[in-house]
Every structure is written in C-alpha cells, then in structure tokens.
Design a protein around this ligand. Structure first.
Ligand SMILES: Cc1ncc(COP(=O)(O)O)c(C=O)c1O
Length: 427
C-alpha cells in the first residue's frame, strides 16, 4: 500500500468484540490471566498476549505497527518521547568502554545526551567534523557500536547522504541509526537507503498538532547481529535478565527491537500512555496530506524571505544554490521540508526584535505543528552549548528557525512581513 493508505489503515482491523472502527483506547495497566499456566506461558514467551502495559498495550501496538510499516521496518517500539527513543536506540547497542560516531548537526537535547550523559555512563560519542562520509568513517574503530545522524538536521537543515553513511557503517560492521523526525516517512524512508534503525519524535510532524509527546524506534530488520556477535553479544548471547533468552534465536529479524522492549522499556519504563498512542494515531492519519501543504507553504515562505531586504540569508534546500539541494532532490524527491532557517541583517538584536513582533506565528520551542512556529535556537534549544558547539550544530546568533505550518500561506507571509518591518523600524 502507499503511505497515504498505510497512515490510515495499517495495523488495525475493526475490533473483533465491539466492531469499533476507531482504534479503542485500552486504558489499562494489566491484563487478566486465565490460570497460572496461562501466565507462565506468557512470561516464558511461549504464547502471545499482554501482561502489563509497561511491556505492551493493544492501542500502542497499533501505533507501533503503523509507524513500522510507514518506515518499511519489521517492527517498532513506541515510547514516551522522542528523546527516550534516541536514548533507548543508542543504549540498546552500547556498553561501557565503547563509542558511537555522530554527525555534528543534531537537535540540542540529543547533543546534550551525547556530549554529557552518555559519557558519564562510559559511552563516548565522537562528533565528526561534518556529515560527510569521509568525516564519519575516519572516526570508526573497533570499539564503535553505531553511526548516528538526523536525516534532516534540526535546526541546521542539512540533509545526510543516508546511503553513503550506511555503506560506511556497514563496511566496519556497525549499524546506522537515523533520526527521521523532520523528514517523516512521507518524504524519506531511511531504511530503503540502508539505515538499520530509525527513530522518531512522534511529537512533531507525525502527531502534527502539538498536543502529544511520543517517540518511536523502528527496527529495519536487516542488520546481521549474529555475524557481528563480538561487537554485539547482547543479541546472540543468553540474556541473564530474561531467563537466558537469546534474542536472535527467539525473534529473528526483530531481535533488536525485542531487546529494546524487554531490557530498556521493561526495566527503565519510558512508556507511552495508551491515550497518547491514540492521539498520535489520529494525527498520523493525515500526515501525508499535511506534509504536502507544509512543503508547498514552505516554498512560498522561503521565496518571500529570500527577496526581503532585511534578510541576510535563507537556509532552504529547495533553492538551487543550497549545498544540500542535490541531496534534497535525491532523498526528498525535491520536496524540501518545512523546517527552515534564516538570518536577520543586524544580528542578534534584529533577530530578537523580529521574534518579538510576530503575531500569528507562535514563539516557542517546537516544530512540526499544523501551526506556524518560530524559534530562536541560540537563546533556547541550543543555549547550553558553547558558541563553537552551536556553530558546528549549525546555529548562529542571528538565526531564526521557522516551522512553516498549514495555515493559508498568505496569512503566514503577511505576519512575517509585518514582523520584518517592525524589526526594520527599530534597527
Ligand atoms: C530531531 C529531533 N529528535 C528528537 C527530538 C526529541 O523529541 P521529544 O521532544 O519528543 O522528546 C526532537 C525535538 O525537537 C527533535 O527535533
């Protein structure tokens, strides 16, 4: 099926008991056992079924199947936020003493996780000088356990050459983990280009309405964990925390995500609530239509900004002169995302004046809402970084990040225009 259809139907048939057409919200913590033998069979993984919502829930499972199918993966785990998804996805392949290699252009909190928290747990993160294959490959060594990138970086707007990064990672026997939050599977499916694991903040374009936090980890099902057992013994050696379970034997192609659920979700509990899963499913039903409008509006807004005398630069890969234009053609089918950045003439003070004058476009730290949103990364999402770190993450003081919404484009442009004029009057 095509993505538009998958987004509406995948993972659910009308409920067999009630014939409910909308996905029911199973707001329950636990599930009744028929007998001690039934419980034992469930706990021994001999029988399929539910035990406790921290491990699995029927509403969340529909969301997991839907996101996995949209991304072309074999299975998914949905968790309480995008940040939990990034943490679990990386933790699932790492142990103290090893490293991961990452592109430098990352969402601010992911950078904080990688630069500060993971090292405290004994996992070092090697930030490459750029998102290019040679910069990444030069950092991979015998202790590397993954390569990490954002398919479209937030807020840098860079587009990673997923195919090239996957080839580099695979050459050295490690998986490529891709955060596909900004692109969504409507514009790009990283697994089709060789990525092994895809993570999402479902909070953004997938949910689409700025109401619900959630994250997803999708297992591409193609990484040969058994062949790379010396780096990744956790998948093919008995797990002492789970009665000696061997994930590759029991779960085959979905060994990675099964371990993520059994080890991380079960024991550290970043669980998505069933109500949130329902709300995210509602959002996903319209994701293809919304992305179409986001992309069309973004093109108009980028052209308006480029022609404005108070705007110094516009970072929009839809423009031919943008360094990522070719990759946007290849990986996004020419449909540059609606996340873009521009720089005000007059630097930090002008950016602040513009920001304060916005009326329709909301000032906040979020993206991917139906509403148009603006953020000043240097004073918010990336403020915990040094100026050098900000620069390598693609953040500068005069930069405004826009997440162009799906309102009528004339109204979005009119608001940007009056805010630019207001900034111009004071500068
Ligand atoms: C690319 C990216 N990944 C992960 C996250 C974290 O998502 P959440 O806010 O759902 O934890 C964000 C949040 O903005 C993001 O932009």
């Amino acid at each position: 099926m095509k993505p538009e259809t998958i987004a509406i139907h995948s993972g659910y048939h009308p409920d067999p008991t009630t014939r409910a057409v909308a996905v029911p919200i199973y707001q329950t913590v636990s599930y009744a056992f028929d007998s001690a033998d039934h419980a034992a069979a469930l706990f021994n993984l001999e029988e399929e079924g539910y035990r406790y919502t921290r491990i699995g829930n029927p509403t969340t499972e529909v969301l997991e199947r839907r996101v996995a199918t949209l991304e072309g993966g074999v299975a998914a785990l949905c968790v309480s936020s995008g940040q939990a998804a990034v943490n679990y996805a990386v933790s699932n392949v790492t142990t103290p003493g090893c490293n991961i290699v990452s592109v430098p252009q990352l969402y601010g909190t992911t950078h904080t996780l990688f630069a500060h928290l993971l090292p405290q747990q004994g996992v070092s993160v090697r930030f490459a000088g750029s998102d290019r294959r040679d910069a990444i490959e030069g950092l991979i060594d015998a202790e590397t356990r993954a390569v990490f990138c954002e398919s479209v970086g937030n807020p840098a707007g860079n587009i990673c050459d997923i195919g090239a990064l996957a080839r580099a990672a695979h050459k050295h026997g490690v998986p490529l983990i891709v955060d596909n939050t900004v692109a969504t599977p409507i514009l790009l499916r990283p697994i089709d280009y060789g990525a092994d694991v895809v993570v999402h903040s479902l909070t953004k374009f997938m949910g689409g309405h700025g109401t619900t936090l959630g994250g997803a980890i999708v297992d591409g099902g193609n990484f040969p964990w058994k062949d790379q057992a010396s780096r990744f013994p956790m998948f093919s050696q008995p797990d002492a925390s789970y009665h000696g379970l061997v994930y590759t034997d029991h779960y085959g192609r979905s060994a990675y995500i099964a371990r993520c659920r059994s080890v991380y979700q079960r024991t550290t509990g970043a669980v998505l609530s069933p109500l949130s899963a329902f709300l995210l499913l509602q959002g996903i039903e319209t994701v293809a239509l919304r992305i179409e409008r986001h992309v069309a509006n973004a093109k108009c807004v980028a052209e308006f900004l480029r022609s404005h005398p108070l705007v110094e630069w516009v970072n929009y890969p839809g423009f031919r002169e943008n360094p990522y234009h070719e990759l946007a053609q290849k990986y996004l089918g020419g449909r540059a995302c609606s996340l873009m950045a521009f720089g005000m003439k007059g630097g930090f003070p002008a950016a602040v004046k513009f920001y304060d004058a916005l009326n329709l476009v909301t000032r906040l730290v979020n993206l991917g809402d139906a509403k148009s949103l603006a953020c000043h990364p240097a004073s918010t999402t990336h403020r915990q970084m040094s100026v050098e770190e900000q620069r390598s993450a693609g953040v500068t003081p005069e930069m405004i990040r826009l997440s162009v919404g799906i309102e009528h484009v004339d109204d979005i442009v009119a608001d940007l225009d009056q805010a630019l004029q207001a900034a111009g009057r004071y500068s």
